[in-house]
Design a protein around this ligand. Structure first.
Ligand code: C2E
Ligand code: CA
Ligand code: CA
Length: 512
């Protein structure tokens, strides 16, 4: 430490010196002293005190480290990442050098945490950290933003190509199994990339872009990466608008439930209805579920909507003599602990016999947690409800589910029905599905039947029920009320022939 330069008689305070102690450890000393002058006015010597402030200094450094790092992995935290990103963005703007900000998110972290416990979850995060650290250069930064979210800053990278190569390496590194206390655990990651300064010339914006790209990567499938594209912004805007509007719509009771007939394949008699939700939007008119169900699922709004649909469907069906009604359940509802209570209440309030309620479930619900799914399905079966597997053939390994889960019906996806009659294998597939289902004692419904050729084929192979525009589109409950009373009048008027539902004039519909 330098002590020269102090003016005569001015006390010197807060001087610092670092020394090594006998053990070789670095220590920090604080000196405060007063110069003692010679009679001529020069400095003779100093008198003062030396304090060892090593602990204080280390504590301060530690606090600084903690405020900028994640305690579990030791990686820089969100704050430090944001600071560094701001620097890199500023440099990128001036020097026209590309950098990239990546958001990385583990696909199955919650499952690991829930099934194997938090200590193992923490281990996984540390192991992921080690693999990321091995990939980044000293000029790059890997940070943990929280939970299973990481961020990586590739500064001065060669742009898109280099960022893409990095994504591939990172995804491959994480896809390698992790050894967590003797168990081989497989996880995947998704990555969203913002290129700087092309996508964003400001740190906040860069983080938003990377986040949007990550959101896109995750929704497109697991274990993949996406670069930010401006269209993502408008897509997100649309989702936000829809969410806000949908909350309002629920309050304002703008949702409506429509019902589409299902008919027996052999006689074309009415066999029941599927309830399909619609949104009577004050400006946009009638909005189909494709325009809002995904937003409702992502925001949890599907829970109140789904409750309303169940109640409304059961009430309507209770008015109609004997016909079953089917209701679509979202995977989000199926994972909700409230589901069974909701279903039971809808049955109680309407007085509908449980056997007349059929719940349609898509395969996507089954793939994530087969055992959990089986539990929920068995509980519902215990209430006396019927279960249908919806959109059959569009998911994965469907056949194995049929054997082990209590389904009463499968609905053959309309994409197969649409391809019937062409030069495709659709006919063989549909025939195989019907045969297989019957072998297992499960009924079949074909969706999306639009013409007489499809009807003829499906009848011939023994499909049980048909649904599609050929028989009728979804209509309001009032219209169903009217149709049913006409049909009943005809039956009570003594007509011996079964009453085809929708298009009695079409000869194709007559049995034969
Ligand atoms: P889904 O369960 O496969 O429902 C059948 C869809 O096919 C309906 O579309 C229906 O209008 C349409 N469709 C029926 N017959 C034909 C036909 O002959 N040709 C063609 N091309 N299409 C036909 P919609 O009403 O737009 O419903 C779309 C999806 O929205 C449904 O697919 C279902 O997954 C979901 N959804 C509808 N209502 C609800 C609901 O209350 N809750 C939940 N969670 N999802 C619902
Ligand atoms: Ca359905
Ligand atoms: Ca379907």
């Amino acid at each position: 430490a330098s002590v020269t330069g102090g003016t005569a008689r001015t006390p010197l305070r807060d001087l610092r010196a670092t020394v090594r102690d006998a053990g070789g450890r670095q220590r920090t000393l604080r000196l405060a002293c007063l110069p003692i002058l010679t009679p001529e006015g020069g400095i003779d010597r100093f008198r003062g005190a030396v304090t060892d402030i090593t602990d204080e200094v280390e504590a301060k450094a530690r606090a600084e480290f903690l405020s900028l790092h994640d305690p579990l992995t030791g990686l820089p935290n969100r704050l430090m990442f944001a600071e560094r990103l701001a620097e890199v963005v500023a440099v990128a703007r001036v020097e026209a050098r590309s950098s990239a900000a990546l958001y990385l998110d583990l696909d199955k972290f919650k499952e690991v945490n829930d099934t194997l416990g938090h200590p193992i979850g923490d281990r996984l995060l540390c192991d992921v950290t080690a693999r990321l650290r091995a990939l980044v250069r000293s000029t790059d930064m890997a940070a943990r933003l929280g939970g299973d979210e990481f961020a990586i800053l590739l500064s001065g990278c060669g742009g898109v190509d280099e960022a893409e190569a990095f994504c591939r390496r990172a995804l491959a590194a994480i896809a390698e199994p992790f050894d967590l206390e003797g168990q081989a655990v497989h996880v995947n990651a998704s990555i969203g990339v913002a290129v700087l300064p092309a996508d964003a010339d400001e740190a906040d914006l860069a983080m938003r872009c990377a986040d949007l790209a990550l959101y896109q990567a995750k929704s497109e499938g697991r274990g993949t990466f996406r670069f930010y594209a401006p269209a993502m912004n408008s897509e997100l805007q649309r989702r936000r608008d829809t969410e806000r509007e949908l909350r309002r719509a629920l309050e304002a009771q703008e949702l409506e439930l429509h019902f589409q007939p299902k008919c027996r394949a052999d006689t074309a008699e009415l066999a029941g209805f599927e309830a399909l939700v619609r949104w009577r939007h004050p400006e946009r008119g009638l909005v189909m579920p494709g325009g809002f169900i995904d937003v409702a699922e992502r925001t949890g709004l599907i829970l109140p909507i789904g409750e309303w649909v169940l109640e409304e469907a059961c009430m309507a069906a209770a008015r109609w003599p004997g016909y079953p009604v089917s209701v679509n359940l979202s995977p989000v509802q199926l994972r909700s602990p409230r589901l069974i209570t909701t279903v039971r209440r809808a049955l109680d309030r309407s007085g509908l016999e449980p056997s007349r309620l059929e719940l349609e479930i898509t395969e996507s619900f089954l793939v994530h947690d087969l055992e959990g799914a089986r539990g929920v399905l068995l509980e519902m079966k215990a209430l006396g409800i019927r279960l249908a597997m919806d959109d059959f053939g569009t998911g994965y390994s469907s056949l194995s589910y049929l054997q082990s889960l209590p389904f009463d019906r499968i609905k053959i996806d309309r994409s197969f029905v649409a391809r019937l009659g062409g030069a495709t294998k659709a006919e063989a597939i549909v025939r195989a599905i019907v045969t297989l289902a019957h072998g297992l004692g499960i009924a079949t419904t074909a969706e999306g039947v639009e013409d007489a050729d499809q009807l003829r084929f499906l009848r011939e192979i023994g499909c049980d029920e048909l649904q599609g525009y050929l028989f009728g589109r979804a209509v309001e409950a009032d219209a169903i009320d009217a149709t049913i009373s006409t049909a009943q009048e005809r039956v009570s008027a003594g007509s011996s022939r079964p009453v085809p539902f929708a298009m009695p004039a079409d000869p194709a519909l007559a049995a034969g």
